[in-house]
Design a protein around this ligand. Sequence first.
Ligand SMILES: [Fe+2]
Length: 499
Amino acid sequence: MNAEKRILQLKGKTTSLSADLSAEEPGPPPWLVLVVDDDPDVIAITRLNLRHFSFGGRALSLVSAASAAQAQEILRNTPGFALGLIDVVMESDDAGLQLVRFIRETLRDQRIRLVIRTGQPGLAPERYVIDHFDIDDYKEKSELSAQKLYTTVRSALKSYRDLTTIDLARHGLETILGAAPQMYLHPLDSFEAFYSGVFTQILGLCHLGEHSSVRIANGFLAMFNKDEITIKAAVGQARLEKTIPPVQENISAKETTIPLRIRNEDIGMLYLEHGQALDPLAVHLLRIFTGQVCVALQSLRVQLELREAHASAIQMLSEAAEAKDIHTGEHIQRIVTLTRQLSLALGLPPATAELYAEASQLHDIGKIGIPDRILNKPGPLDRAEFNEIATHPSIGGLIIKDEKNFRLARQIAMYHHEKWDGNGYPEGLRGEAIPLAARIVSVVDVFDALVHCRPYKRSWSVADAVAEIRRLSGTSFDPAVVAAFGRLYEAGAFDHLDQ
Ligand SMILES: [Fe+2]
């Protein structure tokens, strides 16, 4: 089914979100211009001469200050001024020049265009001022006719706009380049986490718009899965109940759709609704970014598939072992849960706890090699039988290859019967020479065996079992692991086992 047909399926239940955007939409924001002069007449005439001014479809918003101090206050509190028309002699002979210095050095605003307008050029000679202060133009008030003022303001705003565009492009490309490693190195928890991260970056790109005219109102990142479209990340009120345009690039004044495509296959799309047209730069950056998203997505897909394959391999193996031992029942599932809990209680990161839990499924895989008559014997084992059973960790080590993806499972299978004091088997490892995952599973394994009945014993109460684990701290078990286990018990983590 092609993308268009898939989308048509959704049309029956659509409720356009356009209503969200149809309210009074603000026009593009005006250029902010600051006029600093202690002569109210100069301010009034500037205002009069520029009252119909507009550039690039944007009007002027003229803010005035009667002193350099007042101008500082305004500039500190209001970002985004495009131009300052600044008198020199105000509260002091060089108040305007000091204001220039304040703007460039204290506020570190290199983008605002600054035009000096002086009535007393003798006090601030043009050559000296141009050489020593970071200004863009120098005018004597006497030469500022209405026409000259228009030309000066227009060329200053054009220069500000061009600088802003360069800055935004640089910022946008930095965002894209910065996002790339994050996309590839993102912890592979889920596609959802990936999509949300991507969307955050996309919003960052569109918030390029914060200083320009773009405001994102709604949008989502949708993925196709067979005949369904799933929104993986959204902003604003975007929901699935929406008429989605066909999946081909569509850039209009109010909407932007960019398909996510891997080797000519449409896998999803980025959809944005915006109050005003995205500027061409933002669209260009979005195209570059969505291209990168597609490549990262492909790589993520492959990695997640591999991880899934690995998890199912472990599960299949553990099910094989479980099927052989009629007494273990749900033992393996409980081991997984307890291993996860105990790993977290030891302060291990959740991702590590998950790896330990997954690998713990294979702790008794070696029992596959033990004869059924011993494994399922309905009574206590004699010495020879015990010795036979005690080979299961070594057999486990033979079954699980010493390969990177299975190293943890192999350690657990081989060493979960080692003891902290060195009196365990199969190798008699001592203390921290026993891998941590195996030290954890050994506590969990004994505890679970104690609180459940076996052919040769009744089940213990949780309190008795915990007391036994604590008694064996420092001999059988790592004291730190037992301490964490005790904390879990105190916190009520095993209360349900007594019922
Ligand atoms: Fe075992």
